[in-house]
Design a protein around this ligand. Structure first.
Ligand SMILES: Nc1ncnc2c1ncn2[C@@H]1O[C@H](COP(=O)(O)OP(=O)(O)O)[C@@H](O)[C@H]1O
Ligand SMILES: [Mg+2]
Length: 251
């Protein structure tokens, strides 16, 4: 079953009078099925951020369709889209976005509080996820009490709290050192394997990408190539480097 279907997605920036147009996405079509872990890679300026912003409903396309769980989000009105995003989409941000004045338990619960879920159901779900990520002892602690690795697991738990049909991750290894990068990727990989979460991740980092099952390379707003993993991460890493040497990496 396809969780995400993208048809002929095009984004043109500055298409108003007099300004120079930038075609950031040029007729992109792709599908992501349930339980997949897909990476989007491409050189700087290739359209990765634009694509993720449109798929996650943060930005609007110029034309084309974005269908998540059989609903076309490109046709939704503002309120409908906001509700859809809260109930169907999970996000993992580079900088975790945890709120310092809330406990970790409250941080994870926050997306549900907005939707008036029963407090006892919220608690049950939060504690379940905290136990899944081995952070159940930290429920009353605050973000400044915990390590970077623990913060990542809190952020992952929060992304899963609404039981999303798809999780979007934007450069999750960003500026992290190799140990933290490994931690966050192990966490995302576990979500994908053990909870069957569907994940779409944008990254310029071949190490992070090596955890994916499939990678779509874009350049100049177009899909250039797609590669799949046979499960051997080291081999997939080498494959990614090879494609990057042809298409161009980031930075
Ligand atoms: N808000 C904007 N206005 C005009 N052009 C933009 C805007 N955002 C991105 N672009 C342009 O669109 C292209 C794709 O950018 P982006 O999606 O940020 O690529 P990437 O994330 O792969 O580096 C680039 O040429 C960039 O300069
Ligand atoms: Mg970007």
């Amino acid at each position: 079953m396809d969780i995400l279907r993208v048809n002929n997605l095009t984004k043109v920036y500055n298409s108003y009078k007099g300004a120079k147009e930038v075609v950031a996405l040029d007729a992109i079509s792709l599908n992501v099925s349930k339980g997949e872990f897909v990476g989007i890679m491409g050189p700087s300026g290739s359209g990765k951020t634009t694509l993720l912003n449109i798929l996650s409903g943060v930005d609007k396309s110029t034309s084309g369709e974005v269908i998540i769980s059989n609903k076309d989000i490109s046709k939704m009105k503002k309120d409908e889209l906001a509700l859809f995003r809260r109930t169907n989409i999970g996000y993992i941000f580079q900088d975790f976005n945890l709120l310092d004045s809330l406990t970790l338990q409250e941080n994870i619960a926050l997306p549900l509080i907005l939707d008036k879920v029963e407090p006892k159901d919220i608690n049950k779900r939060v504690l379940n996820l905290m136990s899944f990520f081995d952070i159940e002892d930290l429920n009353k602690k605050y973000p400044y009490h915990i390590s970077g690795g623990q913060k990542q697991r809190v952020a992952a738990a929060r992304a899963l709290i609404n039981n999303p049909s798809i999780i979007f991750a934007d450069e999750p290894t960003g500026n992290l050192d190799s140990k933290s990068s490994n931690n966050i990727m192990q966490t995302i990989s576990r979500m994908n394997k053990e909870i069957d979460s569907t994940v779409l991740m944008v990254t310029h980092d071949p190490f992070a990408a090596s955890f994916c099952k499939r990678i779509i390379f874009i350049k100049d707003g177009k899909i250039k190539m797609e590669i799949t993993s046979n499960g051997d991460r080291k081999r997939f890493f080498d494959k990614i480097l090879e494609v990057q040497s042809v298409i161009g990496g980031d930075n």
